[in-house]
Write a protein that binds this ligand. Sequence first.
Ligand code: Q5B
Length: 301
Amino acid sequence: GKVRAPTHIISTISDDRGEEPCYAGVPMSTIVEQGFGVGDVISLLWFKRSLPRYCTQFIELTEPCGFGQICIMLCADHGPCVSGAHNTIVTARAGKDLVSSLVSGLLTIGPRFGGAIDDAARYFKDAYDKGLSPYEFVEGMKKKGIRVPGIGHRIKRADNRDKRVELLQKYAHTHFPSVKYMEYAVQVETYTLSKANNLVLNVDGAIGSLFLDLLAGSGMFSKQEIDEIVDIGYLNGLFVLARSIGLIGHVTKIQYTLQFIQSPNGMILYPHSSQVWHTFDQKRLKQPLYRHPWEDVLYTK
Ligand code: Q5B
């Protein structure tokens, strides 16, 4: 009989062989006709199922809202001074292209900056499921020499909370059937704030704990599937996806061609809106090669 040659790749999330591409079995036309959003597409391609609207809206933070979109919108940018944007700007100013500038910023995402979501979910889940008090959890982490992922921020303080965290919490309180993991994270924050003023629940910790609530509360994942998602680590992808929007913004900007027309009185600028092109924001601003000032470096032996 026929023998199937062994394949080199296994794919379960998308298929472009038929008349139209499918995401987790859902044809593109259905996605468009039924008004799916980015959160729905993330649900299909990351979790291989259509999640309820409140979940996808959380991803999107749209109205009516899904978790994914909320996360994406709130994490899209946080100014030029954070690690990722700084790298992207320096790279663009070195004359590099969009993709190089983008990835140089993305490469800074990790345990300290933006990439603490998966670990926050792992550690909060483990501590909550084991019934550890915030004191036992935080002091246990300290003994192991591990910083609590999702706690702490360079500029946010107890008296200057992160608005993004508040918005995510508000959304979840309104739409999620249960916010037990987030409430646990808040109890942890209460304890860490008694130690230092900047040990707030940060945006990574808020998303990590709330995603646990989303997975547990949606009723669409078995306990084993939740453990696998948390174990594999999907959630930093939300920050990567979102921050790519901001990083690209730091590099590129849509600019209108200005047509110079000579008038009898001198030069007049007429915006010619039909011609639009992308140019480097940093180039548009005529920013030179970046060099850090000596005065800002402590040279020491
Ligand atoms: N301490 C975030 O630290 C930061 C502690 C802690 C126990 C902790 C730090 C941290 C965990 C990782 C995390 C996500 C590095 C942050 C983000 C996105 C962003 C960024 C933006 C955006 C800040 C001073 C003392 C030391 C430490 C102790 C600090 N954190 N203890 N658990 N978690 N957090 N990252 O201010 O006794 O003096 O040795 O690693 O969740 O990235 O906007 O900037 O959208 O772009 O540099 O929001 O918290 O403080 O390192 O000088 O530590 O606090 O052990 O104690 P700092 P350090 P001691 S959100």
